[in-house]
Design a protein around this ligand. Sequence first.
Ligand SMILES: NC(=O)c1ccc[n+]([C@@H]2O[C@H](COP(=O)([O-])OP(=O)(O)OC[C@H]3O[C@@H](n4cnc5c(N)ncnc54)[C@H](OP(=O)(O)O)[C@@H]3O)[C@@H](O)[C@H]2O)c1
Length: 268
Amino acid sequence: MTTSSSSLSDVTGIIAVITGGGSGLGLFMTRALAANGAKRVYILGRRKNVLEKAVADIGTQNITPVQCDITDQDALKSAVSFIEKDAGYINLLVSNSGISGPSLKIEFTNTFHVNCTAVFYTTIAFLALLDAGNKDQTYQNGRSQVIATSSIGSFKRKITAGFAYGVSKEATTMMMKVLATYLVPYRIRTNVLCPGLFPTDLTTNLIHGTDPTVEGSFPLDQIPAERAGTPEDIRGPLLYLVSRAGAYCNGNCVLTDGGRLSVTPATY
Ligand SMILES: NC(=O)c1ccc[n+]([C@@H]2O[C@H](COP(=O)([O-])OP(=O)(O)OC[C@H]3O[C@@H](n4cnc5c(N)ncnc54)[C@H](OP(=O)(O)O)[C@@H]3O)[C@@H](O)[C@H]2O)c1
């Protein structure tokens, strides 16, 4: 029986793929897995220099950059075949890449393509390696899993990013629940992370002031925690879902938003 907090949150030996793992929230997650004994973390993105900088900055030997545009199914196939040859299986796919889309401009197609369609493409592309991860059984802290970084935008009725952003994230959140049901016979779990506001490249237009993560930066009626999210606020929920602690979660949606959805018109 596992009772110690260190065993409950242990991710030693995991093999993970993180799309958008070279910047922002993806980089916070890459660092968390790499620093806690992951066997390997493959980070995918279009910009090779961003991926290589992430590997150099983190400085551990267990991260591999893989240049890949997740909207391109051939590029995904090449990434999968490289990882198949390199590792043979994965235990975790974090489908984290996303774009904010043009603010308030009426453009839906590309935002949906990256935030929703490509999450589907990525999930389908990695299913065989996730299945191989279950069969391998080296990682004992839960069955193979896909986690999508969606957003509290899935539930908000007030628009802060563009029209298409929230709606594309709502589609992704629902799609991940549908996939949780669809993938039951394959013994592959899906869960969703729904972050609130975190300072990253994606949110530079939404955040003003010096350090938005300092308590007091936001009024209670905007974010009850009175601050934006920190790396710990995404790493904690990720480690929960990925370790023994969250091994019974399937079809879940984990909000990490400092209470923001509680003070905004929302459908949650
Ligand atoms: N920051 C927040 O407050 C917040 C809140 C809720 C949800 N989120 C979600 O969190 C996720 C990460 O965003 P972030 O805030 O960390 O911003 P970010 O630093 O801009 O990260 C976005 C990542 O997605 C990758 N990406 C974009 N298009 C891609 C494509 N076609 N193929 C492969 N990778 C692609 C980017 O890499 P390349 O450009 O090199 O491809 C980048 O690494 C997104 O899904 C976002 O919607 C963020």
